[in-house]
Design a protein around this ligand. Sequence first.
Ligand SMILES: Nc1nc2c(ncn2[C@@H]2O[C@H](COP(=O)(O)OP(=O)(O)O)[C@@H](O)[C@H]2O)c(=O)[nH]1
Ligand SMILES: [Mg+2]
Length: 265
Amino acid sequence: MCVECGCGKSIPFGVKVLSVLAPSLLRPRPATEPAGAGPTMVTPPLASSQTIEVHASLLAKNDDAAGRNRALFSQRRMLALNLVSSPGAGKTTLLSRTLDEFGGETPCAVVVGDLETDNDARRLHRPHVPVAQITTGTACHLDADMVGRGVSALDLAGVRVLFIENVGNLVCPAAFDLGEAVRVVLLSAAEGEDKPLKYPPIFKSAHLVLLTKTDVARVLGFDCAVAADNIRRVAPQAKLIQLSARSGEGLPEWYDFLRTHLPPR
Ligand SMILES: Nc1nc2c(ncn2[C@@H]2O[C@H](COP(=O)(O)OP(=O)(O)O)[C@@H](O)[C@H]2O)c(=O)[nH]1
Ligand SMILES: [Mg+2]
């Protein structure tokens, strides 16, 4: 995973808060540090024993931070969900509608990660929803420390559900526990039915798989039954919901899932 693809290095990231209550900028990027700046040196391939050591220490550090996040979420009786998918599967669109509908009855907050821009934070921001945008520069996943910093910048008073929209990627996010209680993997009708077979780790780590954009499945020649079959083969542990954030199909089931997973007060 990240050591091979180069994203496991220490990479500068930014946190920007879109919230009426929280400070506007937690950690401004230094002027000398251009957006996306990372080490320019090409790392030579590591010997396998070195690779394993780097993996272990990277993930152990992440697990510590994930534990702290989990303790905070539990202390606040908050349900934290980590939404993972390839870019464009519909995470932000689903969250936007969820904040308008489900968010009206249950206070929510969002931490959203992308390499650059605060576009998604702007799409998700509502007067009643604190949102923090993490810009990861070159990293293709959120890690637990980034999420912890994003969360600490938000006013979480009364918040019951924290949505973490991960960086679009079906590979590296699988390895990084963010302290979430529920991992949600989205697969859209635009991606092909075989993706669960090609990218099994992320599906195997899911509690819930959302088959999204069902409204356009027919026109794209996407067979939802075949995709569902592939998901069940790879991830029998996961609940599966087929939905469309556009037509509204399946959204009541998604909201019911959220309601039933709310920790008791
Ligand atoms: N037809 C259809 N398009 C969708 C749906 N959800 C999202 N989209 C479109 O898919 C594109 C990517 O959506 P976005 O929410 O930004 O995906 P993200 O990268 O996973 O956050 C946008 O053009 C959306 O309008 C859906 O349920 N149906
Ligand atoms: Mg998005």
